[in-house]
Design a protein. Structure first.
Lengths: 71, 157
């Protein structure tokens, strides 16, 4: 799964900590999601979308490799 | 969703108590070092042989309860140490918690099999007592390690 979290953070001029505080997670969680190492829950994705006031699909996009169950 | 975890503020205290009681338990078990005043008559329903029954009749026997006390303290504090909330208990921490728990059980039963094959008699029972703590200790170490790795990875940014 691809994400544009870093881009949206830059647009809103938020640090990882700022975003983390807004959606009640740790900075480490934001960092791991940004790097694509962790796929957030629907709830967290929706919270981020609400913070940036965009649809979830604008921040997160599915990739072909996501259909591969071995991954 | 309910997470069945203890409050974060208990964590530090429980960690100190756990390591203290666990290390004392190892010393007790390995060196046969016990306080004499803890030698008391205990209720022992499974003791059918009654090798002390000439002294104490019925399902009772003499036993030093130092190891029993330490086991209870170590198990209880170990559980609180492992399963108290983090400062920010978010979904990534939950994920690490779950994977560490799976790891802990795998390591525990691997050790259990190795110990079962290699150790016999009384030493086996002593090792099994310590084996009770492997899930807690492996979980704790793996969980702390993963948290440390996440922290260093995000501090690099």
């Amino acid at each position: 799964m691809k994400n544009k979290l870093k881009v949206y953070r830059a647009i809103h001029d938020y640090t990882q900590q700022d975003l983390a505080d807004k959606i009640q997670v740790s900075r480490q969680t934001i960092n791991t999601i940004e790097k694509g190492k962790y796929v957030p829950s629907t709830l967290l994705a929706l919270k981020m979308a609400q913070v940036f006031q965009v649809p979830v699909q604008d921040i997160f996009q599915i990739e072909d490799t996501d259909w591969n169950p071995s991954k | 969703m309910k997470n069945y975890l203890f409050l974060h503020r208990y964590k530090m205290f429980a960690t100190l108590i756990f390591w203290f009681s666990f290390i004392t338990l190892i010393i007790t078990e390995l060196n046969e070092w016990r306080f004499e005043f803890l030698e008391i008559i205990v209720f022992s329903p499974a003791n059918s042989s009654g090798f002390l029954s000439d002294i104490v009749p019925g399902p009772w026997e003499y036993n030093n309860i130092q190891d029993e006390i330490l086991i209870i303290i170590a198990v209880m504090s170990g559980i609180v140490m492992c399963f108290s909330k983090e400062k920010i208990e978010d979904e990534l921490i939950k994920e690490i918690r779950k994977s560490s728990l799976i790891w802990a059980l795998y390591v525990n039963y691997t050790l259990f099999i190795i110990v079962s094959v290699l150790i016999y008699g009384m030493p086996y029972i002593k090792v099994l007592v310590l084996n009770i703590f492997t899930p807690l200790i492996v979980f704790y170490i793996r969980f702390q390690w993963m948290k440390y790795r996440l922290k260093t990875a995000s501090d690099e940014e």
